[in-house]
Design a protein around this ligand. Structure first.
Ligand code: AMP
Length: 414
């Protein structure tokens, strides 16, 4: 946060009141940098991930412009389009618009796959100030002539790198080509793969660039521990860790959907309630799971990487990486779910022998070693699981051998 206030940035009175209602006192760095440029009508290339306050950084100026333009939206012709890679992110953006636009009359709707089209078509027909959409369903509805983007003067593409990962970049290009050339375009991305830079070059006009290093948001404030153990010991360690009273709101990350379901089952066998959220679940099931976690009814959420970006849940006490991700950037996104908006958080990762290369890649990316939990008491259950014998038949002493090498990183044990 900075000394600058939202009023200094030049936002309208209604927005300032809404921010006051939300009890935001000061803009975050990305808000402080981006909002004046955006109010000025500039295009923007923002390198920032969730947790930086980037959603408000793009929504506040958008609402400001929509109010100033004072145009009534025609049926099927939204005035602004926000593209998001996942349904969860689209819904969260919609919630943010409700918060920041609560003192304005803003008509908005979310268009996404996995739910019925008819309510979405009806919403389009009523005329929308802001359309928030995932690319596939939007193209579908455009092709059916239920949506026309030719009056859309504002385009915001959120999490462009995720769009690329999920194979949506072509759809994004196609959609962008349907908008008028005279428009304001914003593109946000947490990382900068070549393809995203190329897309930015094509669709942005003389953009300003704002970069908020992911390192400074997540990694620095989060306590990060690593347990070296054979994969057969992971379940017992997880159960033991979840037993601690400070584990009040925990996201457990797995690499695969099947893995997520398995962890939920294993936890259930041990009497620990958890819900899974991943791409094979229906939209309703995903939303229900997320809601029960958000409201605190369910203490443990087991998620694949689909949920690691954009998920905005307050007070996540711990992130546990049951399996390390293949892409080191995903590690940063995952652990960024704890330590939201100024809070500190704790991330605990499990690493079996096969995952060592992933661990090295992560440590290279964040430029620091994770704290190895060596002889600390919290490791005991893993060892116990190991000495009891495990399903893949690995002898217990291998775990100790494996543990030795990473200790070169262990500042505390050294
Ligand atoms: P985002 O990066 O947009 O996902 O925002 C992360 C979280 O920070 C959300 O829960 C926002 O409600 C919150 N937030 C955004 N801007 C501010 C601010 N200026 N002051 C306090 N909280 C904020």
């Amino acid at each position: 946060m900075t000394d600058t206030t939202f009023a200094d940035l030049g936002l309208t009175e209604r927005l300032l009141k809404a921010l006051d209602d939300a009890q935001y006192t000061h803009p975050t760095p990305i808000q402080q940098n981006a909002i004046p440029m955006l109010l000025d009508g500039k295009d923007l290339f923002g390198i920032a991930q969730t947790g930086t306050g980037k959603t408000a950084a793009f929504i506040l100026p958008l609402l400001h412009h929509l109010q100033a333009d004072d145009i009534k939206a025609e049926p099927r012709m939204p005035r602004a389009l926000i593209l998001a890679p996942t349904r969860e992110l689209a819904l969260q953006i919609s919630e943010s618009i409700k918060t920041y636009g609560r003192r304005m009359q803003i008509r908005q709707a979310v268009i996404m796959g996995g739910v019925g089209k008819n309510p979405q078509i009806k919403a389009l027909n009523r005329g929308l100030d802001i359309l928030i959409a995932t690319p596939g369903r939007l193209l579908d509805l455009v092709n059916q002539r239920c949506a026309d983007l030719s009056e859309c003067k504002y385009l915001i593409i959120d999490e462009a790198d995720r769009m690329f990962d999920m194979g949506f970049i072509r759809d994004v290009r196609k959609i962008t080509s349907m908008l008028p050339k005279e428009r304001q375009t914003l593109l946000f991305s947490a990382t900068m793969p070549k393809e995203v830079a190329k897309l930015a070059g094509e669709i942005l006009t003389r953009p300003e660039r704002v970069e908020i290093a992911s390192k400074s948001i997540a990694v620095e404030r989060i306590e990060q521990h690593i347990h070296h153990l054979p994969s057969a010991g992971k379940r017992d360690l997880l159960v033991k860790l979840l037993d601690a009273p400070d584990m009040s709101k925990v996201i457990v990350f797995t690499r695969t959907k099947r893995g997520a379901d398995q962890v939920v089952k294993r936890l259930a066998n041990e009497g620990v309630d958890a819900v899974a959220i991943h791409g094979r679940k229906s939209q309703n099931a995903r939303q229900k799971a997320l809601e029960s976690f958000r409201t605190g009814h369910m203490r443990v959420l087991v998620a694949t990487d689909i949920a690691s970006r954009g998920l905005d849940v307050d007070d996540v006490s711990h992130v546990i990486n049951y399996e390390l991700p293949h892409e080191p950037e995903s590690y940063v996104h995952r652990i960024g779910r704890t330590a939201r908006a100024g809070a500190n958080g704790i991330a605990i990762s499990f690493c079996d022998a096969k995952e060592r290369p992933q661990l090295r890649a992560i440590e290279r990316l964040i430029k620091r070693p994770l704290d190895v939990v060596g002889d600390a008491p919290s490791e005991q259950p893993a060892r116990a699981a190991n000495t009891r014998g495990n399903s893949n038949g690995k002898p217990a002493d291998q775990a100790h051998k494996r543990r030795r090498r990473p200790r070169r990183f262990n500042q505390r044990a050294a």
